[in-house]
Every structure is written in structure tokens, then in C-alpha cells.
Design a protein around this ligand. Structure first.
Ligand code: NAI
Ligand code: MG
Length: 392
């Protein structure tokens, strides 16, 4: 039997992850679940939000389901650290970023698909009424490099500054004092480009998408975006039935609302992928619907895009939408080759949304709070149960 490492984390991560497990059980997915510690509690108690025992469990079992974590600014992190650990050189780092780096989870997949009847779907004005475009876009975001590589300085050391000054364009910054100069680098490797582009094409082939769009900015970022686009041109030749398109990130954001339905798979560097995946998620219902996968050569972790929503964590019953977490579990099923079960769950979610009898507060465009039930919103658990009833 497959073993899945479950990492509920903080806040509503603890609420939505158990809901996804109920749905996995209902669809007949047999697995053993082992709990792993992650998040703020472990920062406070142990000085480490990502304990080694959690890394060991993932190393062993290879597949993880993750809820969400809470992170707080530096001073709050220092203040909330257990008194016995204070002043001993502990520094907080985000455990999900830590996991992506540790296991080199370089492929981030973020599907953004509209469900028929979702009141949060984007609509577009026509001359004679409105269109509701059927969005079905899957974003492949390079997850480990690019502008989020973390290679950056304010007041760069002399050796770095000297090296930069060998570039003719650095002349414009020659007179800027070190402490007034901040540099964040955009590092792209050919190997990582090839991997994310190949995964994007393979996914398009497997799921029948007819176009793959490289969304970059090669006219300005000639080196890094240029490398991505060149590699895409080479790899695309191996996929004759799939067209390669390329768009610039800025133009893509303009076209986001103009013609989102024409795009299939989109592939981008880390930051651009971050931006467009939020953009497309906004067209299909936002955080309550945004699922994702982080995939490396050995380990894969599936998580909703949303955070721990601390303001709602104490509400009982819970108001939050479990769909993003449930759809992330579907992505896990596909990763494990359980496509039919994933499809069954997605169809159930689609059915519940289309019927519209059960809606969480976000789907009713309500402000979150304990009063949403009196306005007709369903609880997190009612939403899950309705999905489970549809599966049965
Ligand atoms: P958030 O995603 O937790 O919440 C933003 C807003 O989105 C919430 O107030 C709520 O209105 C809505 N929302 C989120 N999930 C929802 C759901 N399932 N159903 C319905 N509505 C939902 O982001 P925020 O407020 O910026 O950050 C809160 C904490 O989460 C912070 O500590 C932050 O560092 C952390 N965070 C963690 C992430 C992760 O674990 N991957 C990602 C983003 C934020
Ligand atoms: Mg983001």
C-alpha cells in the first residue's frame, strides 16, 4: 500500500487537509497516511519550522500532502521563539520554500480551470450581453531558480561589485553608494529550462492540450528569457501535434481577461509563473479553488495555493472552502497514476458547483465571519460531504 506523508501545518491547513483525506477515502484510494510536523508551532518550540524528522519521512515515502503554514515577520518570529531558545542564533525560514529547495521540487504545476456554474467565474462583456469564457489553463512554473533564486545583496561585497562592473551597463550605477545599491539576480540554467519545458509538453500531450505557451520577456531579458524560449523551440519539434506560442508576461496579463480560453499549457520562470498563476486563478474562483503540485525527480508535494488564513482558523464550524485542497489531492492521485479516481473526484466537485445547493462563503461573495451561515453559506464540512455524496 502507498504511504502518504500528511503535513497539515498551521491554521486552516489543519482544517482542509483532513477534508481531502475523507474524499480520498470515499473514492476508494487506499493508502497509509503518516503525519509529519511542520509550521509555526515547531519554530516556536524547536527553533525549526521544518524538523529533520519531517524531511526523513518525505525522503522515505516520496509523496506529501501539505496544508498551509503561517509565517510572520522577523521580529515576531524572534519574540515568539521559546525563551529557552532565544539568543541562540535560530533564524526562521519558510518550511515550504525549504522543502522545495531541499528536494529540488523544480516543477510547479498550477491548473486553473473554471467549473460551470461557479458564481466566481470571470465574465466578459459582449455587445449584446456577457460571455463566460471556459478557462482551462495549466501553468508550469519553474520553482527553484529565476528571480527567486535568493542570490541577492544590498551593499554587495567588493568582489561582487567589481565583477558586476565588468558589464558595460553597470556604468549607470557607478556613482551609487554601496548601501544604496540592491541587486537581486535572475539565474536560469539550461538544465532546468529543459526539464520544465519537457514536463509542460508531456503534460499537454497526456491531457490533450494543443498549445504550449512560453510566457517570458525575451525582448528585454535576452539572456534568461532567451534561453527558455530557445530551449522551447528545440523541444517543441518533438511534439508535432502541439503548437508552441510565446507571449511576453506584460502582454499576457493584458490578454488575461481578453482571451483566457485560448491558452492551454503555459510555462514560465519562477516569478512570472507566480504572477500568471495568481492571475488565472482569479478568473476561476481564486484561492478557494487554486490547487498545485511541486514535483522533483524523487519527491512530490501537493498543496493548495492559499495560506493558513489565521483570521478564520478559530471559527467553529469552519467557513473555508476545502476545494483547493481536494483538487490538490486529485493532482496527487494523477501523479500516482490513479487518473480515474482523480477524474471521479473532479466530476463530483463540478457537479456540486453546478447544482449550487452548497456554497462556501467565498462562493457567495460574503465577507468571512461567523455570521456567514445565517446568510446561507455552507460549512467546510458540508461542502466536503456534498462532494462525497456525489462520488458515492
Ligand atoms: P491566505 O491565503 O492565508 O489568506 C488570504 C485570504 O484568502 C483569506 O483571508 C481568505 O479570505 C481567503 N482564503 C484563503 N484560503 C481560503 C479558502 N480555502 N477558502 C476561502 N477563502 C480562503 O494568505 P495571507 O492572509 O496573505 O497569509 C496568511 C498566512 O498564511 C501568513 O502567515 C502567510 O505567510 C501564510 N501563507 C502560507 C502559504 C503556504 O503555506 N503555502 C501561502 C500563502 C500565505
Ligand atoms: Mg504567490
Amino acid at each position: 500500500m502507498k504511504t502518504i506523508v500528511t503535513m497539515p501545518g498551521d491554521g486552516i491547513g489543519k482544517t482542509v487537509l483532513p477534508e481531502a483525506l475523507k474524499v480520498l477515502t470515499a473514492v476508494g484510494f487506499e493508502a497509509e497516511y503518516v503525519h509529519a510536523d511542520i509550521g509555526w508551532e515547531f519554530w516556536c518550540k524547536e527553533g525549526n519550522a521544518l524538523p529533520q524528522r519531517t524531511i526523513d519521512l518525505l525522503e522515505k515515502h516520496k509523496v506529501g500532502l501539505f496544508g498551509a503554514i503561517t509565517s510572520k515577520p522577523k521580529d515576531a518570529a524572534a519574540r515568539e521563539l521559546d525563551a529557552s531558545l532565544q539568543g541562540k542564533g535560530y533564524t526562521y525560514f519558510s518550511p515550504i520554500v525549504g522543502l522545495r529547495q531541499h528536494f529540488n521540487l523544480d516543477i510547479c504545476i498550477r491548473p486553473c480551470k473554471s467549473f460551470k456554474g461557479n458564481p466566481l467565474n470571470f465574465i466578459r462583456r459582449r455587445n449584446d450581453g456577457f460571455d463566460e469564457p471556459d478557462v482551462d489553463v495549466v501553468i508550469f512554473r519553474q520553482n527553484t531558480e529565476g528571480l527567486y533564486s535568493g542570490v541577492e545583496w544590498t551593499n554587495p561585497p567588493k568582489a561582487v561589485r567589481d565583477a558586476f562592473e565588468t558589464h558595460p551597463k553597470m556604468k549607470s550605477f557607478k556613482d551609487t553608494a554601496g548601501e544604496d545599491l540592491a541587486i537581486s539576480t535572475r539565474i536560469v540554467t539550461r538544465g532546468a529550462c529543459k526539464r520544465i519545458i519537457r514536463e509542460a509538453f508531456e503534460y499537454a500531450k497526456k491531457f490533450g492540450y494543443t498549445n504550449v505557451t512560453v510566457c517570458e520577456k525575451p525582448n528585454v531579458l535576452r539572456e534568461t528569457s532567451g534561453m527558455m524560449l530557445n530551449e522551447a523551440k528545440i523541444i517543441s519539434k518533438e511534439y508535432p501535434g502541439i503548437e508552441l506560442w510565446d507571449t511576453n508576461i506584460d502582454a499576457q496579463m493584458m490578454w488575461l481577461t481578453k482571451n483566457p480560453e485560448i491558452y492551454g499549457v503555459i510555462v514560465s520562470e519562477n516569478m512570472f509563473g507566480d504572477i500568471i498563476s495568481d492571475g488565472f486563478a482569479g478568473l476561476v474562483g481564486g484561492l478557494g479553488f487554486a490547487c498545485s503540485a511541486n514535483i522533483g525527480k524523487e519527491v512530490a508535494i501537493f498543496e493548495p495555493t492559499h495560506g493558513s488564513a489565521p483570521k478564520y482558523q478559530k471559527l467553529n464550524p469552519s467557513i473555508v472552502n476545502p476545494v483547493a485542497m481536494i483538487l490538490s489531492a486529485c493532482m496527487m492521485l494523477e501523479h500516482l497514476g490513479e487518473n480515474a479516481k482523480a477524474e471521479k473526484i473532479r466530476n463530483a466537485v463540478a457537479g456540486v458547483i453546478e447544482e449550487g445547493n452548497v456554497k462556501t462563503y467565498d462562493m457567495m461573495k460574503l465577507k468571512g465571519g461567523p455570521d456567514v451561515f445565517s446568510k446561507g453559506a455552507s460549512t467546510t464540512q458540508q461542502m466536503t460531504n456534498e462532494i462525497i455524496n456525489k462520488i458515492a
